[in-house]
Design a protein around this ligand. Sequence first.
Ligand code: ADP
Ligand code: MG
Length: 331
Amino acid sequence: MEMDKVLDVQNLHAVFRINKKEYEVLHDISFSVRRNETVCIVGESGCGKSVTTLCVMGLLPKNGRVTSGSIRLDNTELTGLSQKAIRKFRGSKMGMIFQEPMTALNPLLTVGYQMRENLILHRGVDRKKANEMAVEYLTKVGIANPEQRLKQFPFQLSGGLRQRVLIAMVLSAQPDLLIADEPTTALDVTIQKQVLALLNHLKKEMNAGIMFITHDLGVVAEIADRIVVLYAGRKVEEGTVEQIFRNPLHPYTVGLINAVPDVEKEEFVIQPIPGMFPNITEEIPGCRFNPRCPHAAECALCSKEAPKMTEAEPGHFAACHLITAGGAQHD
Ligand SMILES: Nc1ncnc2c1ncn2[C@@H]1O[C@H](COP(=O)(O)OP(=O)(O)O)[C@@H](O)[C@H]1O
Ligand SMILES: [Mg+2]
């Protein structure tokens, strides 16, 4: 594994058992996250973004399992580890922030208590030092009057402040990988922008990799270095943020980008991708996107054969028969 890769996911397959049958929810997912890099996993609701993070964290629900593939965190293979072994990595080598920080914060304990306990556990410092560090980390995430905040309970803070507290707490353990699953979705736009700016700033300072999950391409544009586009449990495209926005290759990615409202333009047009997103129990032969693809009629293979990932330009990959065939014309 390359030195600067903190997370390396290769050929990951996962299933859910529903009514005694197993259905594939992730099919052959590969991507990696390097230090000082934010990789955004994007796609519509239900495409498998959260399940991907659950696989990495070893927190799949009981009816789910990884059937094959590799997940390496700092050169340690995580698949096949016991729950006990993987728990050691959560909160230390990998930090997690979610849409609702209250799920991670204990409502009955003060911010200070929780931050100190976390520091004592993960940094091995004494209580006094932990208190100093808690103040320091709250200051790092732009919280004014940190001493005051430490005495408060999570419910006494606004949603934006709670998310900052959680970010401070997670970062204080010095994780190598930060996993953020829609962390700004519940916040209003101004606060969302502040939290994204904060993560961008902290990325450099903490020398970690960030795996950032969002369905919102507006957010992606603000935070991603690289983008992995998922559709119905498959990776359909990957590239740098510049490559994906300048030259989206997969018709699904094109659809996603067209569905972002352009606030700069007078007319606030959104063109959603027509058609229904498939359920994991649905069998779709060929390319999973073909029933919704505006170009599927141009190509006989789309409904028959799953397209392979091809590298269209250095570091820019897509799985679409039209690309393999020599270029789809997107407008
Ligand atoms: N415990 C479960 N049992 C069965 N299906 C599930 C379970 N959890 C999630 N799914 C299904 O897996 C798919 C991917 O879900 P998820 O990763 O949560 O999507 P998202 O991209 O919105 O985060 C969805 O079709 C969802 O309905
Ligand atoms: Mg999700």
